[in-house]
Design a protein around this ligand. Structure first.
Ligand code: SF4
Ligand code: SF4
Length: 390
């Protein structure tokens, strides 16, 4: 695949700012998919070697797959797999990776989550909720939804339970899905993590996992089987986008409270380009009264990253912030009242983007709009001056 790159420049685009967030923030030719293919070729031919300086470029990629989408029209190169393999090569050769990457791995391994929180803090979002141990359907929020979005996650579970889903929850046994391990090339740690987690889930009788996080969704559904040499993961894994769509299609709830807002939607990279899941949120908005839907200029397969991908946020926060600001400005130019998405990492980065750009706007999960319209939570959460306690 590396040799298939014809340097057509589709991945970089005519305007450096419109496609790849890496070149948007880091400027060099070596910050593009095209540049990375040239570097990879140099390494294969013994003309270049992995160095700490090169790590800055390879770990500066947001792994958003925008280049890969564009390359479908050219050489169909799997840029993400090549980037992952190059990151793993740094680790195999003992070359120092950017400090933030090392730190997030150490934190996940030592504390079980990426924030080094205790299980008590980890579970504060469950306040007032009851779960059914052994139901077979596990609600797995993952680190970000547990630690940074207690209210959103609580609302999501109330919505799912109101629609009739009988949910189990791991409680103090819940740890990170392991995404930071393979994103930073730590494949040996990742294999062990996946093996241990699968055993834990099977011992509990989990038949299906529902998660709001696209990274956790892909972790169980794609990365674990790959790491463990399995054809498929032995447990059904569903992202909430599919479950929320099912609630609407099967009329499991009545949506009667009007939203009365102009709404736009940010496609998470790991759901859209990685898994071709674009429709659920848009279908859901059609079913909610009072939603005036408007698309951002870059949407679906052309959506610009939120800045939260590829663990860049933990390694090069300035780059991540710059991308979030760009995406929020794009939201702002639509004239929408609400930015929505369906990924805790996007919600975190875009929310921080609203503070940096200094606009009054809430970034909401699609589930929160559904919960308002179903009368499960008050409409006040839609207002730009509403600030959740957590
Ligand atoms: S789009 Fe693909 S083939 Fe074209 S320059 Fe980029 S990586 Fe190479
Ligand atoms: S994955 Fe995204 S950030 Fe990385 S090179 Fe491709 S377009 Fe740029």
């Amino acid at each position: 695949m590396i040799y298939a790159c014809g340097r057509c420049n589709y991945c970089k685009g005519v305007d450096f700012n419109d496609r790849c967030p890496e070149i948007f923030t880091q400027v060099w030719e070596s910050s593009t998919a095209r540049g990375r293919m040239a570097i990879a070729r140099g390494i294969l031919e013994g003309k270049l070697d992995y160095t700490e300086e090169l790590a800055e470029r390879i770990f500066g990629c947001f792994m958003c797959a925008r280049c890969q989408e564009e390359c479908k029209k050219a050489a169909q190169i799997d840029v993400i797999s090549i980037t992952k393999a190059m990151r793993a090569d740094f680790v195999d050769r003992g070359i120092k990776i950017p400090e933030g990457g090392e730190k997030i791995v150490e934190t996940a391994l030592s504390s079980g989550n990426i924030f080094a929180d205790t299980p008590q803090i980890h579970n504060q979002w469950t306040e007032g909720l009851e779960f059914t141990e052994g139901s077979g359907t596990l609600f797995y929020p993952g680190c970000l939804a547990s630690h940074r979005f207690k209210e959103k996650t609580n609302i999501l579970v109330r919505l799912l339970q109101a629609a009739g889903y009988i949910l189990d929850f791991l409680g103090e046994e819940q740890t990170c899905c392991g995404t930071p391990l393979w994103v930073t090339g730590k494949l040996e740690n990742a294999k062990q993590w996946a093996q241990d987690y699968l055993e834990k889930l099977q011992a509990r009788g989990v038949k299906e996992i529902i998660t709001p996080c696209p990274s956790c969704f892909r972790a169980f559904d794609e990365e674990y089987p790959e790491l463990l040499g399995l054809e498929t993961f032995p447990i059904i894994v569903r992202h909430t986008s599919a479950v929320l769509e099912e609630i609407v299609e099967q009329k499991k709830l009545k949506f009667t409270v009007p939203i009365n807002k102009k709404v736009t939607y940010h496609d998470p990279c790991e759901l859209g380009r990685y898994r071709d899941i674009y429709d659920p949120a848009r279908k859901i908005f059609e079913a909610l009264p009072g939603v005036e839907y408007v698309e951002m200029a870059r949407n679906k397969e052309n959506a610009f990253c939120c800045g939260g991908g590829g663990a860049v946020k933990t390694m090069f926060e300035d780059y991540s912030d710059t991308v979030a600001k760009e995406r929020i400005q794009e939201f702002s130019s639509t004239g929408a009242d609400l930015m929505t998405t369906i990924c805790p990492a996007c919600e975190l980065n875009l929310t921080q983007g609203t503070y940096m750009v200094d606009i009054e706007a809430r970034v909401l999960d699609v589930a929160e709009l559904m919960a308002v319209s179903a009368g499960i939570v008050d409409e006040e959460i839609l207002e730009s001056d509403y600030f959740p306690e957590d």
